[in-house]
Design a protein around this ligand. Structure first.
Ligand code: NAD
Ligand code: WQD
Length: 340
């Protein structure tokens, strides 16, 4: 059995990836400092999959990370460990550079020391920066730029991986650029746990649906889109999780050096369309107010994921209604998230 180390594997995308890996017969080791997750997640992964997970509560910047490689036979690493809040990164840039980059550097160094070469990195569509409508759908070879420190950590992370490969051609890495992950596992047992006022649209909608927040503020309706509201490529987190398995399988099969793949559905939905689909899913009209644009937002983005389809044999299966139904089930079953 091949063992996959998931750094940040107790988080939203990592936990869903753990479930899919276990389902596919892989062994899963998780390292997470629980800075944005809970120990309960590990129990739930085990419950859903009826398999056990080896868990290390540890910061991946720590020198102790090495112990995981001493104690386990790791065949590939997926690195999800990062802070991800765009607004917070503008207010606290050094916190983001410190965590997101030092954790990556430590991981790559220790992997090299222990002869582990297969690496998957969580990047983001944010590395495409200010996309113009004419640039869509975004392809992997599009010019890269960023608009906030969080995004810059992802772009720098990509460059660090490339430089590490220049110096050591054994490294075999796939960078996955996720578009907008939403949804949750169909069991309703794991999902996105968001404390405080959510910055992203889906956790905001779920909190309006349960009456924790009065309405959703729609950030602008004068964009160059079908109904004037922002358009994004929402992707079901389980589809995303499956993309990681395809990437790992590719690394086991081929020496790729460093390669890059978009993971999106290739379809954009507007804020109003998402509100409509989510209202259907939760069985009540979600109240909304049109407000001003949010600083830094772009009109529209959606992925060209044809490279992933061609080379990884991956494409997204779930549609927007299913994404909303699964997000809603998670919220309904866990009104306070993982908090007990
Ligand atoms: P998340 O916050 O739910 O998961 C990240 C996990 O990493 C958390 O469990 C956190 O506790 C852990 N972590 C953070 N720093 C750590 C450290 N130094 N040591 C050990 N553990 C640490 O976020 P997510 O949505 O699952 O995102 C996973 C990855 O995907 C991140 O790298 C994120 O930047 C990237 N990404 C996320 C999105 C999104 O919208 N969710 C989009 C594109 C890319
Ligand atoms: C989606 C749409 C908003 C909230 C972010 C990060 C990106 C990536 C994914 C990590 C936009 C609108 C939102 C609200 C709204 N993360 N909106 N009211 O900004 O596309 O991407 O998450 O890598 O880096 O920037 O996602 O969910 O915040 O916004 O109208 O209360 O919903 O304007 O059009 P975004 P989002």
């Amino acid at each position: 059995m091949k063992n996959i180390l998931l750094a940040g594997g107790a988080g939203y995308i990592g936990s869903h990836t753990a479930v899919e890996l276990l389902k596919s017969g892989y062994g899963v080791v998780i390292v997470d400092n629980l800075s944005n997750s809970y120990h309960t997640v590990i129990d739930r992964i085990e419950k859903i999959s009826s398999k056990t997970v080896k868990f290390y509560e540890m910061d991946t910047r720590s020198a102790d990370l090495e112990n995981i490689f001493k104690e386990n036979d790791i065949d590939a690493v997926v690195d999800f460990a990062a802070y991800k809040a765009v607004g917070d990164s503008v207010a606290n840039p050094l916190k983001y550079y410190d965590n997101n980059l030092l954790s990556l550097i430590n991981m790559l160094s220790i992997m090299a020391k222990y002869g582990v070469h297969n690496f998957v990195f969580s990047s983001s569509a944010t590395v495409y920066g200010d996309l113009d409508i004419e640039d869509l759908p975004a392809k992997e070879d599009h010019r890269l730029s960023t608009t906030n420190p969080y995004g810059t950590t992802k772009l720098m992370g990509e460059k660090i991986i490339k430089d590490a490969w220049f110096a050591n051609r054994d490294l075999n890495a796939i960078v996955l650029r996720y578009f907008n992950p939403i949804g949750a596992h169909e069991s309703g047992m794991i999902g996105e746990d968001c404390t405080g006022i959510p910055a992203n649209i889906m956790p905001y909608l779920t909190k309006v649906a349960v009456g924790e927040l009065p309405h959703i503020n729609v950030f602008g309706n004068d964009y160059r889109t079908k109904d004037g509201t922002g358009v994004r490529d929402y992707i079901h987190v389980v589809d995303l999780a499956k993309g990681h398995i395809k990437a790992i399988e590719k690394l086991f099969k081929d020496q790729v050096g460093v390669d890059y793949y978009n993971l999106g559905t290739g379809r954009g939905y507007s804020v109003m369309e998402l509100i409509e689909s989510f209202s259907k899913a939760c069985g009540r009209e979600i109240p909304y107010k049109i407000g001003p644009r949010r600083d830094g937002d772009i009109d529209m983005t959606y992925a060209d994921s044809s490279k992933a389809e061609r080379e990884l044999g991956w494409s997204a299966e779930y549609d927007i209604d299913r994404m909303c139904q699964d997000s809603w089930r998670w919220q309904k079953n866990n009104p306070r998230g993982y908090e007990e």
